[in-house]
Design a protein around this ligand. Structure first.
Ligand code: FPP
Length: 281
């Protein structure tokens, strides 16, 4: 409702905003309808970048951008759940993010705790199961407590698996996996000939999840930034200039439509792929 005029219909700005919203949701619906539901990725991974730049463009401080970023998290989690995506991994805080100014790190941790606290009932209701990957022990106690509770509360959910990468980096994960393998080898539980890709995978934080088929990075940077480097080996990469706080379902559908146009060859030739797909028709 317009706060300036009591009669919303007579306010030019309200009418314009309303029409704009209708247009956006119409575009969103059209995009959704163009999606081939049989060709959706099972697992989407997202580098949520650009909160700071978005805030600056709006004349606000960086923390404001992170707060607005939570609205995008909610929209994208709902969007993925609605269309039946199995796994969504969000890069919410990297190992390197600990090097940011203390005030920003504290604000991000507080935001994480408050968001989980506020959203957990909705996650439960929407059949979303929450997981965390990363150096869990390095998180503040209050975060660990809230995350453990949310994982427990949602543990019997069978819909979307929402995986938060927190205090995570690929190099940390790979070094950690190697250390655990060495420890098992020294304890006589592991021999050189046992080491296969499958076994190596079982030492990763992501052992229980399939590899992502689609990786989205917002805000116009073309980097992987230490994110799921092993698991993204065959992922399709999608980069968009849209900053994370402005990234909504419509943008997700655009990424998915782009993904559906790609030919995933896994080292084979295009002819081989086409032959197999016609055999399956
Ligand atoms: C990158 O933008 C974003 C982050 C480091 C944090 C992401 C956190 C959220 C979206 C909110 C909390 C998330 C959850 C899951 C509750 P940036 O700060 O690097 O932006 P910039 O590159 O423009 O500076």
């Amino acid at each position: 409702m317009c706060q300036i005029l009591t009669d919303a219909a007579s306010c030019y700005f309200c009418t314009f905003a309303h029409l704009f919203k209708l247009k956006v949701s119409r575009i969103s619906m059209d995009l959704l309808q163009s999606l081939d539901r049989t060709k959706l990725p099972q697992h989407i991974a997202i580098i949520m970048d650009g909160n700071g730049r978005w805030a600056k463009e709006h004349g606000q401080d960086r923390v404001y951008g992170h707060h607005e970023g939570v609205l995008s998290v909610r929209d994208i989690v709902n969007g993925c759940a609605e269309i039946g995506i199995g796994y969504l991994t969000l890069y919410a805080f990297s190992t390197e993010n600990w090097n940011r100014p203390k005030a920003e790190v504290d604000a991000l941790m507080e935001l994480l705790v408050n968001t989980i606290r506020k959203e957990v009932d909705e996650l439960k209701k929407n059949n979303v199961r929450m997981h965390v990957i990363g150096d869990f022990d390095s998180l503040p106690d209050v975060c660990k407590k809230e995350l453990n509770e949310a994982m427990e509360i949602t543990s019997s959910n069978t819909g979307l698996n929402l995986i938060l990468a927190l205090s995570y980096s690929s190099r940390w994960e790979l070094v950690n996996a190697s250390k655990k393998m060495v420890a098992d080898a020294l304890a006589g539980k592991l021999k050189e000939e046992d080491v296969t890709e499958e076994l190596f995978n079982s030492y990763l934080n992501t052992a229980q999840f399939p590899d992502p088929e689609l990786m989205i990075r917002t805000s116009g940077e073309y980097r992987i930034s230490n994110f799921l480097m092993y698991q993204l080996s065959y992922a399709e990469l999608y980069f968009t200039p849209v900053h994370w706080p402005a990234f909504r379902k419509q943008n997700l559908y655009e990424a998915l439509l782009d993904y559906q146009k790609r030919e995933r060859r896994f080292g084979k030739t295009s002819e081989q792929i086409q032959k197999t797909s016609t055999q399956h028709v």
